[in-house]
Design a protein around this ligand. Sequence first.
Ligand SMILES: [Zn+2]
Length: 468
Amino acid sequence: MIKIYGSIKKSFLILTIFLILSSSFYSQSSTFLAISDIHFDPFHSGVSVDTLVNSSYKEWDKIFHDLGNNQFNNYYEDSDYTLFTSFLKEMSAKSSKPDFIIFTGDFLVHHFLDTLYALTNDYSSYASNSFIHKTFGFITSKINRYFPHIPVFFALGNNDSYTGDYNSVWNGAFFHQTSGLLFENFIKDPKYKKEFLGTYPVSGCYSIPFPFGKAQRLISLNANFLSEKCPPNEGVHGKDVLDWLEAELKAARKNNEKVWLITHILPGIDVFDTMDPINPGDKISSAELFLTDNYNDTLIAKIKNYSDVITACFGGHIHMDDFRLFKDKPGVKEPASVFMHVTPSVSPKFGNNPAFQIFNYDRTTFELLDYNSYYLDLAAIKKQWAHEYNFNNAYNQKGINRKSLNQIFSDILDDPATRKNYIKFYPGKSSKSSIKSKWVGNWSGINNLTDSNFVKMYNKNAAKNKPD
Ligand SMILES: [Zn+2]
C-alpha cells in the first residue's frame, strides 16, 4: 500500500514538474524571422544560362559556389548568388532555430522572362516554365538547407509567376507545378498538406494553423489578383480571393482563432509612384494605389471588420522598412484598429541596403515583443552584415502593436529624433534612396490607405518637406 501510494506520489510529482516545464516553455518569448523580396538573379551570378538550363537545380549551388565569386551585386541590382548566400549564412548565424520564417514574397529577379529570352532566344513557354521552376527549386531548397525543419510561411510576389510581372494565372500551371516544392521545402509539416494543397494550386493563397501555441492561424493572401496591374481577365478572380478571405476570417472568428495575415502587395497608396513626379513642398491632386480602387476599399474594409481576429499583418513589395495603420477615422491621433509591418527587402534594387529582421514574440499570445534589424551596407569599403537597430530601444516602445506604431506615427510628425530614425531605417541606412527631403509622402502613406485621405493629409503637411 505504501509502495503504491509512493508511486502515485512520484507520478504526481513528475506530472507537476512536466506541467511547470511545459507552461514555462510555452509562455517564454521565442523568435521568428521576417524576410522579403529576395529577387534571386540566376543570370548575373557568373554562370552561363546554358549551363544552368542543362543541369538540375540541385547542382546549381555547387556550380555557383565553384566560381569563387565573392563580389556582391550592387545597388539597383537584385540578389546574385553571393548576396543570397551571405544573407542566409548571416541570418542562420544570428538565429539558427527560429520557430518559423515569414517571407512576404518576390522570389524571382525583376524582368525574369525578358532576360531569359534575350539570353537563350528560346521563347517557348515549355523552356521558360521549366527554368522558372528550377529557379524556384534552387531558392526554396537552399533556404531549406540553412533552416531544415523550420516552416517558411510565404506569400507570392508580383514577380512570382510563369507569365511575367503582375501576371498570376488562376488555377494555372505555375501554382500547380510549384505547390510540391513549396510544400516540401517551406510548409513542411504533413499535417497541413491537405489544407495547403486545397487552395494554393488554384489561387496561390492558403490558410493554416500555426504548428504550436494556442488557436492561431496564418492566412497568406495572393494580392496579385487585386493589383491594378493585373490583366482584367485574371483580375476578375480578385473577387474570389476576397470572398475566400472573408470565409476564412469568419471561420476563424467562430473558432476563436486569432489570425496573422501576410501579403506581398500592400493595400493603400503607392507612395513612390505618387510622389515621383512631385517637387517636395508642392501640393498633389490625386494618388496612385497598388490595388484597384474597388479591391483596395474591400480589402481595407475586411481587415477593419475583423480587427478582433487579425492581430498582425505583414507585407513587403516596397523593399523598405515601414508600416501601415488601418483606422476607422483618418487623423494623426485616431486609434488604429489593425497594423501591418512592412519587411525590408534582401534585394538592393531600389537603392536600399539588404536587410532582414529577427522578431521576439510570445508563443502563447502571439504578441510581437520586439525585433532587431540587420543590414548589409553596400556603400562601405568592407561590406559586411551588421546590426542596424533594435525596435524597442530606437523608438522607446515596448512591442510592435497598433498602439506603439500609432505613437511612432504621431512622433514622426512632432518629434525630430523619431523622424530621424524613421528616415534612416526606411532604406536600411542607405543614402541612395533617402527620403530625407520628401518624408511627408511616406509618413502620410502609413495612415491613409485611400486616395482622398492621402491627398488631404499630404497637402496639409507638404510644407514640412524640407531637410532637417
Ligand atoms: Zn519586390
